[in-house]
Design a binder for this molecule. Structure first.
Ligand code: DX5
Ligand code: ZN
Length: 214
């Protein structure tokens, strides 16, 4: 299992220490949550912070843009050092164009679905995307409870990907711990994002490695 620890739950006064902790674990990705206070009711951090994070590590920088019209920032995200750019289906009027421009910029393209957005809406774009990120909480905050209906969506998405011949990875984000992570793995997930379950754990490296072993 690929694990992408979410820095939203890290200690922002000790980011380098927390990044180094992740580097010493089995995680290979680092999840960076960008929020604009409009698409979601919270504001987190932006491109200068991602740039600093990217310069401090060779982990894969997995940027999750919880912002309106993320297509405006494709070059900024790439220049900040991100390798994967996740945009919300609900935030893009011209999703196909945004996905193509992310790939043209040299990044992997991820499309994210909010909990109430059906998997079936991806049927005409699934062949173009490198990853689908299923939100298992309503985006905006770490530390929320896993929405169990996500397990049904993972299975539906697995079927859509396998039937279409797409190579897209399935990523799940929100309320992931060892027990919900195991259920996501069984349903067909490839990548797990975890914030609180990692950074609030007594032993964060052990928490990451437990998820990686699923
Ligand atoms: C929520 C963010 C998540 C968040 C996950 O809007 O997209 O990445 O940090 O945090 P946990 O794992 O604590 O739910
Ligand atoms: Zn996220």
């Amino acid at each position: 299992m690929i694990v992408s620890p979410s820095l939203l739950s890290a200690d922002f006064t000790n980011l380098r220490r927390d990044i180094d902790m992740v580097r010493g674990s089995r995680a290979t990705w680092l999840h960076c949550d960008v929020m604009d206070g409009v698409f979601v009711p919270n504001i987190s951090f932006g491109f200068p912070v991602i740039k600093a994070i990217a310069s401090a590590t060779d982990l894969v920088i997995d940027a999750h843009l919880m912002i309106v019209d993320p297509g405006r920032y494709v070059d900024a995200v790439r220049d900040a050092g991100a390798h994967i750019m996740n945009v919300h289906y609900e935030g893009c009027t011209h999703l196909h164009r945004v996905v193509q421009s992310i790939k043209a910029a040299g990044m992997k393209a991820g499309v994210t679905l909010n909990p109430a957005t059906p998997v079936a809406l991806l049927s005409d774009i699934i062949g173009d995307v490198d990853m689908v990120l299923l939100m298992s909480v309503n985006p905006g905050f770490s530390g929320q409870s896993f929405i169990r209906h996500t397990l049904v969506k993972i299975a539906q998405l697995r079927k859509l990907i396998d039937e279409s011949g797409s190579k897209a990875l399935i990523q799940v984000d929100g309320g992931i711990n060892l027990s919900t992570g195991a259920e996501c793995a069984a349903a067909g997930a490839d990548v797990l994002v975890a914030g609180n379950a990692v950074f609030r754990a007594e032993n964060p490296v052990e928490a990451i490695n437990g998820l990686a072993a699923l």
